[in-house]
Design a protein around this ligand. Sequence first.
Ligand code: 3SL
Length: 241
Amino acid sequence: MKLFIYHTPELTPGSEVPECAIAVDVLRATTTIATALNAGAEAVQVFSDLDKLMKVSEEWQPDKRLRAGERGGSTVAGCDLGNSPLDCTPEVVKGKRLFLTTTNGTRALKRVQDASIVLAAALINRAAVVEYVLSQQPETVWIVGSGWEGSYSLEDTVCAGAIAHSLVTQLNCPLNELAGNDEVIAAIALYRQWQDNLLEMFHHASHGQRLLRLNCHEDLKYCSQTDILDVLPIQTEAGVL
Ligand code: 3SL
């Protein structure tokens, strides 16, 4: 297995896709997706475009759908939900399809949607994702961070490092055997530095700061937990998670 980490969708190589792609947006899209599915959502369908989301979801029975939209951290007018994982309780999402658009996370998922295996990972479901990847043994794996509008984000890299750290530990192989690019080594080092203080790191990160300004303290706390949900958001043939 060769593992590559790309910090943003824009940094992935041209038209290629890997056998297995893992999209990461710890703050907060992939954390929200994992939480919604764990709480019994029927599926999560992601869109980079709001108008398309509105059009496609219109065809769905109103009591079976939830429109979730975020731009700049805030809820989009006309949507039922924003992008807070804390809103995805069983009472709200059970049995419903979530139609989700966010600033960056849904773009990362769209970029890798043609890979044979597409997963959405966050810290909260890291172990479930790693276990699945190890069971499939794909030749090439990409972890793609969402970043923020094309630039690097600390929290996605630390999550990529958490996944890479767990893979290299469980494969019990030399790091350079697994690492397909230097980003893998750097991300693991970042995770090992901060693994016991992830919430503190989120408070330093630029998007963490942005969310704190929007009073999302509890979101940061929730998103900084590791391995708390045994849920695998995986793209089906119908193109939903
Ligand atoms: O950029 C994204 O996709 C979002 O996750 C951003 S936010 O955390 O909802 O502000």
